[in-house]
Design a protein around this ligand. Structure first.
Ligand code: UD1
Length: 380
């Protein structure tokens, strides 16, 4: 009797997970006789514009299980994911759990699986900001420490893992999964009329995203950023899809009622956008302003200069290839960086090694190899 194919659980939880899982899920589903693939959504993000829209645009199938954990403090959210995912593991008896990125769901599911002695693979392993006040840094360090298969997007990530004592045979440099998604979706942005909807012209506006607690949760820091954006938007229109965390703070600070924000012609606030509208805007932007990790990477591949409003980045390769500047969150630093870009010449931006749209295929090749060595389970 032929053994049944091993079961792989792919976990998604929050917005940046969907574009990392989509390419891998589609690749795994091409091999139904080799792997039984199941999609689990923890429900960390739940609004239609933070979750559902990505399922539609990226052609993700309905999750096999939706855990509905929702928002909460870190301990509460992590604990709820662990309780619910533990139950899923007992029911599904997976041979491998695949987690992506660095959100709370990533760490919670990795811990849960490992405690049940289920092998774990981490996609986007090895990134380090070295800033342990960032919740994501804790999630990254913990997930990598216990994962069996660490799939890295860049050489610096390999070095970080080796420095932390991870055995080299667990590390696989495969490139950037999110860029697979970007390259696959890019043709769909060709004729979208997103720019017209926002009244901006190609090459003559910036995009802005903000959601890090370090930028958004402190009223003084956040209002400083909003003020400098209002000022800069008089020179260059800025389209700002506002994350729920930032929306909440705008409300608390009374900025949603503030005349200069409400009636600004240059600073264009909007609800969070779907993947395709955001990609359309980013690819035609003069520059991108962000505190997101993923957008630093997307800017790099799109060849759009990126100004990162943080003190550090876990993605130093984006700086090395000339795409990204990490400027902190003080208004003077942000103003200086934007003016330098506007007044400077064309920037030379290189695409990092293996950010080529073939990462999912490389991961599946590795998994096939592992499985063929141990046909009854996936093992190192
Ligand atoms: C989370 C991730 C972060 C990721 C970001 C992308 C962690 C620790 N943080 O941060 O790494 O970059 O997602 O967006 O996992 N909310 C809604 N609707 C939703 C989801 C959230 O209104 O669908 C609101 C809630 O009020 C919630 C707040 O946004 O309290 C923050 O959500 P949460 O998931 O805790 O963290 P993010 O800031 O989104």
């Amino acid at each position: 009797m032929t053994p049944s194919p091993p079961t792989i659980l792919l976990v998604v939880g929050a917005r940046p997970n969907f574009m990392k899982v989509a390419p891998l899920l589609h690749e795994l589903l091409e091999h139904p006789h080799v792997f039984r693939t199941r999609l689990i959504h923890t429900g960390q993000h739940y609004d239609a514009e933070m979750s559902e829209v990505f399922f539609q645009e990226l052609a993700l199938p309905r999750p096999n299980k939706f855990l509905g954990v929702g928002s909460g403090s870190h301990d509460e959210q992590t604990a709820k994911v662990m309780l619910a995912f533990g139950q899923v593991c007992l029911e599904e008896r997976p041979d491998l759990v695949v987690v992506v990125g660095d959100v709370n769901s990533t760490m919670a599911c990795a811990i849960t699986a490992k405690k049940l002695c289920i092998p774990v693979a981490h996609i986007e392993a090895g990134l380090r900001s070295r800033d342990r006040t960032m919740p994501e840094e804790i999630n990254r360090v913990v997930t990598d420490a216990i994962s069996d298969f660490l799939f890295t997007p860049s050489r610096d990530a390999d070095q970080n893992l080796l420095r932390e004592g991870i055995p080299p045979q667990r590390i696989y440099f495969v490139g950037n999964m999110m860029i697979d998604c970007l390259l696959a979706q890019l043709p769909k942005t060709e004729n979208r009329d997103t720019l017209r909807q926002f009244g901006v012209d190609a090459g003559n506006y910036a995009t802005l995203t903000l959601h890090r607690p370090s930028n958004v949760d402190d009223p003084e820091v956040f209002s400083g950023i909003v003020r400098v954006m209002l000022e800069l938007s008089r020179e260059l229109p800025i389209v700002w899809p506002v994350h729920p965390r930032s929306r909440k703070m705008l409300g608390q600070l009374g900025l949603t009622r503030c005349e200069s924000v409400k009636h600004s012609r240059g600073l264009k606030l909007t609800d969070p956008l779907g993947y395709l509208d955001m990609l359309t805007l980013n690819r035609r932007a003069r520059l991108m302003l962000t505190d997101s990790g993923g957008l630093q990477e997307e800017a790099t591949v799109l060849g759009v200069p990126c100004v990162t409003l943080r003190q550090n980045t876990e993605r130093p390769v984006t700086v090395e290839v000339g795409a990204n500047q990490v400027v902190g969150n003080h208004p003077a630093g942000i103003r200086f960086a934007v003016h330098s870009l506007l007044n400077g010449g064309e920037r030379q931006i290189r695409v990092p090694e293996l950010w080529d749209g073939k990462t999912a295929a490389r991961v599946v090749n590795v998994l096939r190899g592992l499985y063929s060595q141990h046909p009854t389970s996936i093992q190192r």
